[in-house]
Design a protein around this ligand. Structure first.
Ligand SMILES: *Cc1c(COP(=O)(O)O)cnc(C)c1O
Length: 359
């Protein structure tokens, strides 16, 4: 068996030990005589998996008690529409910071439900910068301020939590959740899909401050009503049980890695190496402002565009896959989430240097 280094933006690599444990437990989960896939979500075995899942996430992120943790379906994309419907209450406006493709989508999908005010935008720099939060225009009448902590496509990331000027801060953390410690108490709501940094596709984590619940629009289906799901352990309907289980294994793996502070150090080291290799070369270029560069998604172009196809073919032959950039931007993109080992980044750098030398 040969495993590749998979640089996909999501679904993406999982830690090998997690896959091995899932394989080991596939037919018989800890003496239960059945696979997690076959378990009733109301049975005692799965209830224990669910309880540990939440407890481990709370411990990893130090989630305060006045926050509820939901495990939903629909992806981060569904939350774009569901957040305004759940937390606007009797307000009619919400503030958004536009820093790339994903925040644009969040804004577009919120518009049927509220007046979406653009508090700041980095469109002028082609989304290669993060607008300084001192300049943001925040409407005090708005229900919340939304931003995207890591723009998966454009490769820009907030290096700190912005000042929401008194509004509840809402964050799409899909592509950098669990990559570094964050102070959850500064947020009203955090949401993230599972398939980038937390596991297989199929689960959407919503971490929401209790006081924001209880104002959901009556037209929202109950399975998408945050309060109803909070009151029913996210089991108003059958959850994606196997994805919950895999996510739980990833949380345990993160604990063995030393938690988020330790994983952050590894992420800093991995991304710094890759950017350094790009910056010293004359064939590769990343145009994101240095302070706003993502530790998770590293887009780069080949200054000689004609070499792109050759680059991708040779990379795959070397076991380095999914480097083709997003169709919006073209070029290349290396996604290096928590589960990408340092050896994968080193193999990519060595390949890039060799390719440059021979072309
Ligand atoms: C991938 C991604 C999404 C969309 O996730 P889905 O699970 O496909 O809905 C939203 N926001 C960000 C920042 C992403 O990276």
């Amino acid at each position: 068996m040969t495993r590749i280094y998979n640089f996909s933006a999501g679904p993406s690599m999982l830690p090998e030990v997690v896959l091995q444990q899932a394989q080991q437990e596939l037919l018989d989960w800890r003496g239960s005589g059945m696979s997690v896939m076959e378990m009733s979500h109301r049975g005692k075995q799965f209830m224990s998996i669910a309880a540990e899942l939440e407890a481990d996430l709370r411990a990893l992120m130090t989630i305060p008690e006045n926050y509820r943790v939901l495990f939903l379906q629909g992806g981060a994309s569904a939350q774009f529409s569901l957040i305004p419907q759940n937390i606007l209450g009797n307000k009619t406006k919400a503030c958004y910071v536009k820093t790339g493709a994903w925040s644009k989508k969040a804004i577009k999908d919120a518009k049927p439900y509220c007046e979406a005010i653009i508090s700041a935008s980095s469109k002028h720099s082609h989304f290669t910068t993060i607008p300084n939060s001192a300049t943001w225009e925040v409407d005090p009448q708005a229900a919340y301020l939304h931003y995207t902590s890591n723009e998966t496509i454009h490769g820009v990331e907030f290096d700190s939590i912005p000042d929401a000027k008194g509004l509840p801060l809402v964050c799409d953390m899909s592509s950098n959740i669990l990559s570094r410690p964050v102070d959850v108490s500064q947020f009203g709501l955090i949401y993230a899909g599972s398939q980038k940094n937390m596991g297989a596709a199929g689960v959407t984590v919503v971490i929401v401050r209790e006081d924001l619940l209880g104002q959901c629009s009556k037209t929202v289906p109950p399975v998408f009503n945050y309060e109803e799901q909070a009151n029913n352990q996210s089991m108003l309907n059958t959850p994606t049980t196997y994805s919950w289980y895999l996510m739980g294994l990833v949380f345990k793996w993160l604990q063995t890695q030393g938690g988020l502070a330790a994983i952050e150090q590894r992420n800093i080291a991995k991304s710094a190496k890759l950017y350094q290799a790009i910056d010293v070369s004359s064939l590769y270029r990343n145009s994101v402002e240095i302070a706003s560069r993502s530790r998770m998604n590293v887009p780069f172009i080949l200054t000689n565009e004609a070499l792109e196809t050759d680059f991708l073919i040779a990379a795959e032959a070397a076991g380095l896959n999914e480097l083709k950039g997003h169709r919006l931007l073209g070029g290349m993109r290396a996604s290096i989430y928590n589960a990408m080992p340092e050896s994968g980044v080193e193999a990519l750098i060595a390949f890039m240097q060799e390719f440059e030398r021979t072309h």
